[in-house]
Structures are given as structure tokens and as C-alpha cells.
Design a protein around this ligand. Sequence first.
Ligand SMILES: [Fe+2]
Ligand SMILES: [Fe+2]
Length: 163
Amino acid sequence: MSTESLDDLFETGLKEMCYTEKQLLDALSDLESEVSDEKAQSAFREHRQETEGHVERLEEVFDKVGVSPEEKQLHAIDGLVEDHDEFVQNDPEQEALEAFDLTAAQKSEHLEIAAYGNLAHLADQLGHDEAGDLLHQNLEEEEEALDELVEATEQMDVSSTAD
Ligand SMILES: [Fe+2]
Ligand SMILES: [Fe+2]
């Protein structure tokens, strides 16, 4: 049995987030094209642009800590993408699709928030101060994105109950 150190955990986590962010670049494009609600569209579009920045910051983190920038599959994000694809195949009503997409995006933000929160903490523990700052920056943008998505969802609720 191999022994996993905190360094290994940190490196694996970085690689999983590299994989996750790249999956999300595709997923956020799909979500943007599926919804007609403007607030949801702009939340997906703006966060996709931020996601490109997350990949760049991760590459900087790899550089700072001297780890080769590789990807490692994260089944959790694949599961969210598969659930989405299955839902779309069932030909949902537009309103249901928009609600599903906003929920799916919120789930992915919660995943990223948990991952970056823990990676930033590990970076601090391992003395990787600059890497920790970069991970905190990604974390903050994920938290802001989650707030935007929740707001978009709540506004959709208001318009549907006003009918
Ligand atoms: Fe991200
Ligand atoms: Fe995100």
C-alpha cells in the first residue's frame, strides 16, 4: 500500500481541479446556449471567462510549487455532466431545462468551493504562500459565481410566480 502524504494530496487536488476547470469550460458553453433567461445566460458567459482565468492561475500554481501541470480525472464533475446530458436527452420543457441548468451550475460551484477552500488551506500548511494566494483568488471567484447563480435562480422564481 502506498502512503499518501499531504504533498501528494495537494498535487492530486491541483490536477483534479485542472481537469474540472477544463470540463467546465465546455459545460458552461453548453449551458449558456441552452437557456434563454438573460441573467442566467450572462452568469454562465461571465463565469466561463473567469474559468479560463482559473486554468491560468492553476498553471501558475503548478509552476510555483514545481509540479508538472497535468490533469487527473475527477468523477464528481463527470457525474454532473452525465446527469445533465441525460436530462437533456429526455427533451425537457424549456422552463425545467433552465432550472436544471442553474442547479447543475450551482452544484459545480459548491464542488469547486470545497476543493479550492481545502487546497488553499493545504497550500498555507505546506508553506506555499504564493500558491495559496492564487488558490484563494479562484475560491473567491467561485463564491461570487455561486451568489450570481443563486440570484439568477431566485429572479426566475419571482417571474414564474407573477404569472
Ligand atoms: Fe473555476
Ligand atoms: Fe466555477
